[in-house]
Ligand binder design. Structure first.
Ligand SMILES: NC(=O)c1ccc[n+]([C@@H]2O[C@H](COP(=O)([O-])OP(=O)(O)OC[C@H]3O[C@@H](n4cnc5c(N)ncnc54)[C@H](O)[C@@H]3O)[C@@H](O)[C@H]2O)c1
Ligand SMILES: CC(C)[C@H](C(=O)O)[C@@H](O)C(=O)O
Ligand SMILES: [Mg+2]
Length: 360
């Protein structure tokens, strides 16, 4: 069956890393009977430059006409002076909202070959396999009112609103419990229920849903400040983490360093009708255009796309195996190299393609 992918490279390293994932898809088309086509669209700063909008209308149409979306990254200093709604990040938030991508899966799995690439001790991280399930279309990112206003005394005030509705908490918690059943059957819900009413309510809803429908899953709750510490102290205690939009953003970047580099963490953002796949990292302006970014997070995001949207779990496994094999062979991008030899971004893409070809 032929499938069509909307490819949105975006800004900074976005094009470099997405190009490597496309090379991998080309090998799958050629040697593994994948029948995928793709069409590129603009998002983020590139969208603003081309169409005056970080989520242009043409992109809105394209993504809705495809089976899945593969995105690189958005943002960069060039667009920081723009008004908020025109900035690249606003485009990313709009595509997530427009496609209803409420569940963001961010797996942090430590590869044994990279134990020494992490800044943490090998014995602390060996065997770590955490799935962060981040709520993606609500919370403080989207709450109203928000803004920056002038007060009567001439001082200014910036404000955002953190809110969660019952249905929004239930649907993300459901996804976390269901994911846990396919893993080690443990969910840790992370909140700040001791201070914030919105997450006090989050805890209440998660607890009720658990009792009513998921009592077979082990559920614990943790405050986010403790969770940030526990992730470093003893990350192996976690299986599935479910949390709010902002806490999930922060904790997933933290969890990425257990794996050695933020360049390793893929993600899947899933809604009812659409799905998008993107690395968790940003556009890395400090290394953009230098062919040295790690493309593995994007290649592994493409693997998640094969599994969840394209009904090709068999090919997802091949890609993941090819990544394992390349790492086993000692291939490293600079972020993983521990001061030793390294390959370029395209060199890593080539190495994965070569390993894939060997699996055909
Ligand atoms: N999903 C997204 O598109 C997304 C995510 C985060 C940040 N951003 C945007 O990206 C821009 C830069 O943000 P930032 O610097 O805070 O975060 P970042 O994730 O872009 O970079 C943080 C650090 O990690 C490194 N890094 C990131 N990805 C890497 C990779 N694949 N290989 C090797 N090293 C990598 C960078 O070089 C940098 O030193 C901002 O405009 C921000 O808004 C976008
Ligand atoms: C760029 C930004 C809007 C985005 C977020 O905060 O969700 C990013 O940090 C991410 O993790 O995808
Ligand atoms: Mg982030």
């Amino acid at each position: 069956m032929s499938v069509k992918i909307a490819v949105l490279p975006g800004d900074g390293i976005g094009k470099e890393i997405v190009d490597e994932a496309l090379k991998v898809l080309e090998v799958l088309n050629r040697d593994f009977a994948l029948d995928a086509t793709w069409e590129e669209g603009d998002i983020g700063g590139v969208g603003y430059d081309v169409a005056g909008d970080p989520y242009p209308e043409a992109t809105q149409k394209l993504v809705k006409a495809c089976d899945a979306v593969l995105l690189g990254a958005v943002g960069g200093p060039k667009w920081e002076p723009l008004d908020k709604p025109l900035r690249p990040e606003a485009g990313l938030l709009r595509i997530r909202e427009d496609l209803g991508l409420f569940a963001n899966y961010r797996p942090a799995k430590v590869h044994d070959q990279l134990l020494n690439a992490s800044t943490l001790k090998p014995e602390v991280i060996s065997g770590v396999d955490i799935l962060v399930v981040r709520e993606l279309v609500s919370g403080i990112y989207f709450g109203q009112p928000r803004g920056i206003e002038e007060l009567p005394n001439g001082e200014k005030r910036g404000f955002n609103t953190l809110e969660y509705k019952t249905s929004e908490i239930q649907r993300i918690a459901r996804k976390a419990f269901e994911a846990a059943r396919l893993r080690s059957n443990k969910v840790c819900s992370i909140d700040k229920a001791n201070v914030l009413e919105s997450t006090e309510y989050w805890r209440e809803v998660v607890t009720e849903l658990h009792a009513a429908e998921y009592a077979d899953v082990e559920l614990s709750h943790m405050y986010v400040d403790n969770a940030a510490m526990q992730l470093i102290r003893n990350p192996k205690q976690f299986d599935v983490i479910v949390t709010t939009n902002m806490f999930g953003d922060i904790l997933s970047d933290e969890a990425s360093m257990l794996t050695g580099s933020i360049g390793m963490l893929p993600s899947a953002s899933i809604g009812v009708d659409y799905a998008m796949y993107e690395p968790i990292h940003g556009s890395a302006p400090d290394i953009a255009g230098q062919n040295k970014a790690n493309p593995l997070a994007t290649i592994l995001s493409a693997a998640m796309m094969l599994r969840f949207s394209l009904d090709r779990a068999d090919l997802a496994e091949k890609v993941e195996q090819a990544v394992e094999n390349a790492l086993n062979a000692g291939i490293r991008t600079i972020d993983l190299a521990e001061g030793g030899d390294f390959v370029s971004c395209s060199g890593m893409g080539d190495a994965i393609c070569k390993e894939l070809e060997a699996l055909a």
